[in-house]
Design a protein around this ligand. Structure first.
Ligand SMILES: Nc1ncnc2c1ncn2[C@@H]1O[C@H](COP(=O)(O)OP(=O)(O)OP(=O)(O)O)[C@@H](O)[C@H]1O
Ligand SMILES: [Mg+2]
Length: 368
């Protein structure tokens, strides 16, 4: 018997192709006739275009839906032969475009003759998300300071009004129509008080009672609570739970509030008929895992409805306090969800197609 030992390839045997394929950025080579001659695996994933389709295709055809990319490649060709960098949205074969950064360099031989162009494409999705997240956190912090000051100023006079209304009620209790006015005053004061309490909740750092929780139990409870509210609705609830998920680390009461808000919103968006799908899954995305390396593993919960969806222009605002498109909404639901998930070290995201429904995705840390 002969045992052949596998040895690591010496540096000289590592091909350029190996190197280019191993890069996390997408690498695309275009020859001097404008045909794609190399298309790395990362480029395939980014564009959702298999290399077998891309290779030998004219780049103007392959990237016809991304004209800014075509223009940058043209700059790298004769007579200019200049390299450039840019950022923009890259159209994909299917689904939404992805934000990317692109570097295009002309490829020349040692006499400066043009051989083609080399493109390096980097996915900016997660960077963009982190940036937006930071901006949102800043806005919330500002609001928190404002709210705390304002609440302090408002609560005292409100207390006075309520006390006076209660006294009034006692005085006028022989006149039912006047009694009704006093009741309205008291009820409205209570409403403002509740609103202020919610606003204060949003600005105070909450004390989390962290426990190892079974996320499926928690979601079942939420669904049960909400099902009561919509017994005579025509809503189908689908549970798509991954039974192998480990327990997560979280505050039961606060997370219940998060999922209640999300499920409520979904049901409201469906206006009495539709299907609500709740999915749980383990995180598998490489990029997120890299960024959250020290934070351990996490899971996702997706709450998906097929209701009205969210208008494109509303998307940037839905997590802001007081943004609501509903007649009787306070607009605090999602702001509270955002704060709670943030304090849990998780993420909350939304995907939505106007008219076709919305999907809210929440990531939570796995208990150690
Ligand atoms: N599942 C969803 N489908 C469509 N639109 C949604 C969905 N979830 C949230 N929205 C939009 O985001 C807005 C903000 O939601 P949020 O929960 O913060 O406030 P609200 O539901 O309007 O009021 P509240 O939660 O205080 O009753 C909503 O008014 C709605 O326009
Ligand atoms: Mg809501």
């Amino acid at each position: 018997m002969r045992i052949v030992e596998e040895k690591a390839a010496p540096a000289s045997r590592i091909s350029w192709e190996n190197i280019l394929t191993s890069l996390e950025d997408g690498v695309i080579l275009i020859d001097r006739h404008g045909k794609i001659s190399f298309f790395s695996q990362a480029a395939e994933i980014l564009t959702d275009l298999p290399a077998s389709h891309a290779l030998h295709q004219d780049y103007t055809a392959a990237f016809g839906k991304t004209p800014w990319l075509v223009e940058m490649v043209q700059k790298s060709e004769p007579p200019h032969q200049t390299g450039s960098r840019g950022e923009g949205d890259l159209a994909r074969q299917r689904g939404r475009p992805v934000p990317v950064s692109l570097t295009v360099s002309p490829l020349q031989d040692r006499y400066g003759r043009f051989l083609g162009s080399i493109l390096l494409v980097r996915d900016l999705t997660h960077r963009k998300e982190l940036e937006e997240d930071l901006q949102r956190a800043d806005r919330l912090a500002l609001l928190g300071t404002l709210a705390a000051g304002l609440a302090h100023e408002i609560k005292n006079p409100l207390g006075g009004i309520k006390g006076a209304a209660q006294l009034l009620k006692r005085e006028v209790n022989r006149n039912p129509s006047l009694l009704q006015y006093a009741d309205i005053m008291i009820r409205e004061v209570d409403r403002v008080n509740l609103l202020i309490e919610q606003l204060l909740d949003l600005s105070r750092p909450a004390k989390l009672n962290l426990d190892a929780l079974n996320i499926h139990e928690l979601l079942d409870e939420v669904l049960l609570l909400e099902r009561e509210a919509v017994v005579d609705w025509n809503v189908v609830v689908k549970k798509n739970f991954d039974p192998s998920l480990p327990p997560i680390r979280g505050d039961r009461a606060q997370l219940t509030q998060v999922f209640l808000n999300l499920v409520k919103n979904a049901l409201q968006a469906m206006k009495g008929r539709g299907s609500l799908t709740v999915t749980t899954r383990m995180e598998t995305d490489f990029h997120i895992r890299e960024q959250g390396k020290e934070r351990g593993k996490f899971i996702w919960v997706d709450i998906e409805d097929d209701g009205a969806g969210i208008r494109e222009e509303d998307l940037p605002h839905i997590f802001s306090p007081f943004f609501s498109t509903k007649n009787n909404g306070t607009g605090l639901g999602l702001a509270i969800c955002y704060r709670i998930i943030k304090e849990h070290g998780g993420l909350i995201r939304v995907e939505s197609r106007e008219g076709a429904g919305a999907s809210f995705k929440v990531s939570l840390l796995v208990a150690e």
